[in-house]
Design a protein around this ligand. Structure first.
Ligand SMILES: *Cc1c(COP(=O)(O)O)cnc(C)c1O
Length: 398
């Protein structure tokens, strides 16, 4: 049987993954793979990484019993893994510090990346400032308009923000743009992908850097409840916060695992959702084979989500694999359900969640009432929602 966790030598999880890059990128990406394979085994690298997670990010993040939310929904007890409390307000700092440390180890001077909601850009600019690296962030112009405060943050942190005007002017186009600049300047540059996507080794590497989330959560729930949770729920854009939580539980068969993707406004209309796991077909995008929202001729669909961190027309290959083998289940929730869940957490717990994380909350809110009071759900609260309040106010007509 193949492992649920580790890719094979070529970076495949079952039928998905691999490294599909143009010949001139084969060497630079293979260099990253070789450097990471060494760093992964190096206790000094790991110790340096863990020290930053503790003293800079503020880990471990709490596992919080949401009593108000639990009471309101009636049913299973809901715990929140508080990645929103990390420095910079989301889980992404976990992998950005890992990538920054690896870039330094490889002697690179500059980090380059794409960003959607701006969360990866802010987290990477933060890591770059901390580690003394230059930083260049590519961002779709629609996202720039929607996420102005994050653009200001990146610039304050010393990053150069490049506005991408091609295609749908969102995350996918920013990835293309960042890749093409990297291709022309890889000697001094490290390409810091923002999720468990892209060519091997990125899906495995980003997952490893995020897996601290689930290792902590496992220890915390065992300490608090003396047993494993019944259900895990996390939002899935590329899938890094989800795999961060899931990895430590993949081999625990009693734990049901749900990834929640953006159903947007209408699942039946192309361009009105980003439900890759539900409606995607096998294809190749951004250096990996995975499920892709695409036409029969391979043209990727435009995507939409109320949460711009989730509007990506593909998904990390390990998620496609976990779906194939039936280890994880993938569902979608709509923009409207997401807004409800966002407001519900604000009122019941005094926590303003990111719209991305509100997708996971919305599914937990569906599940909890169908479960017993002796059952446990752990939700990955991947980020805080301060970045979203202007957009939410507009949606609510305030
Ligand atoms: C970016 C982001 C996501 C989606 O990215 P994944 O790689 O799927 O985790 C989810 N939540 C927050 C808060 C984000 O910033």
């Amino acid at each position: 049987m193949t492992s649920l966790i580790d890719a094979d030598e070529a970076g495949f999880f079952g039928d998905h993954g691999g490294r599909f890059v143009p010949p001139h990128l084969e060497t630079p990406i293979a260099e990253v793979a070789a450097a990471y394979a060494e760093a992964r085994q190096d206790p000094q690298f790991q110790a340096e990484y863990e020290a930053l997670l503790a003293d800079y990010v503020g880990r471990p993040s709490p596992l919080f019993l949401a009593e108000g939310l639990t009471r309101h929904l009636g049913g299973a007890r809901i715990y929140l893994k508080r990645e929103d409390l990390n420095h910079t307000g989301a889980h992404k700092i976990n992998h950005c510090l890992g990538e920054g440390l690896l870039a330094k180890r490889m002697g690179k001077k500059k980090l380059i990346a794409e960003t959607g909601a701006g969360q990866h850009g802010v987290a990477l600019a933060t890591a770059a400032a901390l580690l003394g690296l230059e930083c260049e962030i590519h961002m779709g112009s629609i996202d720039i308009a929607k996420q102005r405060p994050n653009v200001v943050r990146m610039e304050l942190l010393g990053a150069k923000v490049v506005s991408v005007e091609s295609g749908g002017r969102c995350l996918k186009d920013a990835v293309d743009s960042a890749f093409s600049v990297f291709a022309s300047d890889y000697h001094d540059t490290f390409f810091a992908i923002g999720s468990v996507v892209g060519p091997h080794p990125y899906p495995s590497m980003i997952r490893d850097f995020q897996s601290i989330v689930g290792r902590e959560a496992r220890g915390q729930i065992l300490a608090k409840e003396g047993r494993l949770p019944d259900v895990l729920v996390a939002s899935v854009g590329g899938g890094s916060n989800a795999l961060g939580l899931f990895t430590a539980f993949l081999e625990d068969e009693s734990v049901r695992i749900f990834g929640v993707e953006p159903g947007g406004k209408d699942l039946d209309v192309v361009g009105e959702h980003a439900a890759t796991m539900t409606l995607g077909t096998p294809g190749t995008l951004h250096g990996m084979r995975t499920l892709v929202l695409q036409d029969t001729d391979g043209e990727t669909w435009p995507v939409h989500s109320i949460a711009s961190g989730l509007d990506y027309p593909a998904v990390g290959p390990q998620h496609a694999f976990l779906k194939d083998v039936g280890r994880a289940e993938y569902v979608s929730v709509s923009d409207a359900e997401t807004l409800e869940a966002f407001q519900l957490l604000c009122r019941t717990e005094g926590i303003i969640p990111a719209l991305e994380s509100s997708h996971a909350l919305a599914h937990a809110a569906r599940l909890a009432p169908t479960m017993g009071a002796d059952e446990i759900i752990v939700v990955n609260l991947s980020g805080r929602g301060d970045k979203d309040i202007d957009y939410v106010a507009e949606k609510l007509g305030r």
